[in-house]
Design a protein around this ligand. Structure first.
Ligand SMILES: [Zn+2]
Length: 172
């Protein structure tokens, strides 16, 4: 309950974005600000996966509730998720908290964006619209590997296209 009270609903709101729902700032934030904790359901299953879940480490995931459930990916993120392990006196992790922290200055009305840094198997084309867009929702360090895979595929398609041209309107 306390966690919910800490979250002031006026700091952010969920509204439609160009790619589905998004989370928008209702006030300015500075780098280092903590916008709020991501509340949700903790799942103790290493096999668990969903489009929204957050990897907590220790083979656990967090299925976030609104509003931060709708944080979209951006290749130039202005926020990041930080997982805090909360330990007891014996240094055992007894709880975890995920905090949305600000990376770059945010003005009221800006959409909050994080870098999903997905693995290659999960990569999808990116529609973030940033001038620095990587083209894929994928971990930056894996981008080179992903592009090599995709280049091989597009080369195959080009061969196919050339064939079609020869079959067509050569002599009319
Ligand atoms: Zn992008």
């Amino acid at each position: 309950m306390e966690q919910e009270n800490r979250f002031n609903k006026k700091t952010v709101r969920v509204k439609p974005s160009p790619i589905g729902k998004g989370v928008y700032a209702c006030q300015d934030f500075r780098p280092g600000d903590q916008i709020g904790p991501v509340c949700g359901r903790v799942i103790d299953d290493p096999q668990y996966g969903s489009s929204y879940c957050i990897d907590l480490g220790h083979e656990r995931s967090l299925e976030p509730h609104t509003p931060f459930r709708y944080l979209n990916h951006g290749c130039e993120p202005n926020c990041q998720l930080v997982v805090y392990d909360i330990e007891n006196e014996a240094n055992e992790v007894i709880d975890q908290e995920v905090m949305v922290e600000v990376l770059r200055p945010i003005q009221a009305g800006d959409q909050l964006l994080i870098d999903y840094a997905w693995p290659i198997e999960a990569a999808i084309p990116c529609l973030c619209g940033s001038p620095k867009c990587r083209g894929w929702v994928v971990d930056q360090t894996l981008l080179g590997e992903l592009q090599r895979t995709k280049q091989t595929q597009s080369t195959k398609k080009m061969v196919h296209k050339t064939k079609k041209k020869c079959d067509g309107t050569k002599d009319e």
